[in-house]
Design a protein around this ligand. Sequence first.
Ligand SMILES: Cc1cc2nc3c(=O)[nH]c(=O)nc-3n(C[C@H](O)[C@H](O)[C@H](O)COP(=O)(O)OP(=O)(O)OC[C@H]3O[C@@H](n4cnc5c(N)ncnc54)[C@H](O)[C@@H]3O)c2cc1C
Length: 384
Amino acid sequence: MTLMNTYGLTEEQQMMREAVLDTLAQALPQENILGMDERKEFPEAAYQALAQSGFLALPFEEQYGGAQGSYRDLAVLMETLGYYYTGIAQGIMTTLIYAGSHVARFASEELKQKLIPEIIEGKTKLALAMSEPGTGSDVAGLSTSAVKADGGYVMNGSKVWITCAHVADYLVVVARTSKSESRHDGLTTFLVDAKAPGVTITPLNMLGRRTTHANEVHFENVFIPDGYELSEEGKAWPNLMKALGTERLALASISAGHSFKITEYARDYAKDRIQFDKPISDNQVIQHKLVDMWLKSETARQAIYRVADLLDGGEAAIEETSMAKIIATESNFEVANVGLQILGGAGYSTEYPMQMYFRDSRVGPIGGGTNEIQRNVLAKRMGL
Ligand SMILES: Cc1cc2nc3c(=O)[nH]c(=O)nc-3n(C[C@H](O)[C@H](O)[C@H](O)COP(=O)(O)OP(=O)(O)OC[C@H]3O[C@@H](n4cnc5c(N)ncnc54)[C@H](O)[C@@H]3O)c2cc1C
């Protein structure tokens, strides 16, 4: 029995959830996931199956072949993917939202007409390259440069922790095109061919989400033709801020779905595991741990749905988005930590998936703007 109820879902959203879970059950059986994690293998078959079933169309406009779904639809999709497996959720989210929202919102008409249908069909994947060795939280401090040249720009610099760059066809790169008085001016976003001469992508070993792992990306005199800008020259900052809200909603939705998966797994294990001649779930202390895990999952879910509804109503929802990101990602890690304790030695063993859930949940408070940065946003809004 799934604990993830259908509260607040339309009939279409319930059907989407069921269809996504059916598609994944066929293309990526649960028992294969742990091995893929060990091999750090991108879940390509699942990605393609979701594309073939049309789910990658959800956030894009109808005129480019998209389904023009609502933010609530997006939250349901991401929550469902995160519930089934965070790796496939991260893979889809990186192309569709992290990087894809820059293409969908800010690319030229010509680029949109070419790229969006390819993304929807699963033929083109993207990655977002913003963070650098010298700058993470302080995005405005980035130093990768793009200098105007004949017919385009020449890019030099390094990026780090770039999710899915190893499978991406294009990178959405934020670079400095000029120095200016204001740190937030002078940044431009570009679409860069990941196979262009001078681009080097090196996989990194990360703690979790190993099938969609992070990468180092180096640019050495990479030529970017005119027309591949995804912002006005020097004016990327407002675009980055607009895209970040959707990214945080998607991230939080994955964490909420993942929390339900962990709670169900721990519940089922506790009902089966016999100690002192009875299931460990007969102990009230275990029951209460499981109930608290469920409470955290449901609270996270309600927080993301609230953000989605506000965004669908045209609100900026800046505070609520930061709150939902903190609630969902911290709950996810707490739920995984308690889940691991419920499994005892099996929780700590690499033969069982719980340790993967624990590792996969840890990135939430770091990615998409750390939770300290989210608390800074909220502190400012409190007038502090
Ligand atoms: C698995 C993974 C995948 C990632 N994927 C991508 C990706 O696809 N694309 C991309 O561009 N980036 C990606 N990142 C990078 C991520 O966005 C950064 O790690 C994050 O923004 C933090 O930057 P940093 O690691 O440089 O930490 P730092 O900015 O150095 O921060 C270190 C610590 O100091 C705290 N801190 C910093 N400044 C402040 C402040 N003003 N107030 C309070 N606390 C502060 C931080 O919260 C953090 O706890 C990924 C990271 C990980 C781990």
